[in-house]
Design a protein around this ligand. Sequence first.
Ligand SMILES: NC(=O)c1ccc[n+]([C@@H]2O[C@H](COP(=O)([O-])OP(=O)(O)OC[C@H]3O[C@@H](n4cnc5c(N)ncnc54)[C@H](O)[C@@H]3O)[C@@H](O)[C@H]2O)c1
Length: 260
Amino acid sequence: MDRFNDRRVIVTGAGSGIGQATVARLLDEGATVVAFDISEDGLAQTVSAAADVGTDKRLTSAVLDISDEHSVTAAVTGAVDDLGGLDVLVNAAAIQRCAHTHEHTLDDWNATLAVNLTGTFLMTRQALPALCESGRGVVVNFTSTSASFAHPYMAAYAASKGGILAFTHCLALEYAKQGLRAVNIQPGGVSTALALSTLDKMPEGYDLGLWAKQTPILPQDDGGILGEPAKVASVIAMVASDDGAFITGTEIRIDGGAHA
Ligand SMILES: NC(=O)c1ccc[n+]([C@@H]2O[C@H](COP(=O)([O-])OP(=O)(O)OC[C@H]3O[C@@H](n4cnc5c(N)ncnc54)[C@H](O)[C@@H]3O)[C@@H](O)[C@H]2O)c1
């Protein structure tokens, strides 16, 4: 497929997991991509994977902390200049801290909201003029099933994802007349660094039984309960392409039916 041949794309969280898979998928479909992540090593892996399949000529990468206002302003301005405009912004970067809620530190709460919610806002705010100029701009944001369904021990993370969910709906309405679409991707458990480390992040005395409702009803190829990042990236490619032209202001839940 070549749905992104003339599309200019920014992806955050591009050095790992779903963001990395999204870069690979959109490059494969012809996009020109600027990949941002706080991890230089992660970005190097993303670039190396693109080089392996010969799509790296359309990929630029740069280290960026999306929670830093001045860095975001400079990075997005530079990316839009280099790309000659912007059609798609994928805000995949996030962190997850876990604790019993009554023990959640203010530092962890603030850090989670700063990266996940404020970082998504900062990236979007800076990209909006170029996305509206495009006339077919798309913002793909990441909420989580934790925003709509009870997930234990991650109150800050779930609250940040609930904020993103609401933020995206506001965007969809406010900029619809400029041709902008704004869509929430709502993954359940996906096999990435973030999810694979969740159990390690559990607080002392946690109750594994509280996770019972998270199990997908679809069998996974590896027999596990986590989906593959590429299966989320393929949905993002649909949503951000003209195939998703009638989708905006909503969530697309990708959880193997865990919350059916
Ligand atoms: N994996 C899951 O099960 C799952 C479930 C629901 C939602 N999500 C969401 O999907 C998105 C992608 O997550 P993932 O699972 O691929 O996780 P991941 O940990 O594999 O990737 C997240 C990336 O974000 C980057 N990042 C962290 N802080 C940053 C910052 N301040 N600035 C720039 N980059 C930063 C990390 O370096 C990492 O490369 C996230 O928004 C996550 O909340 C994931």
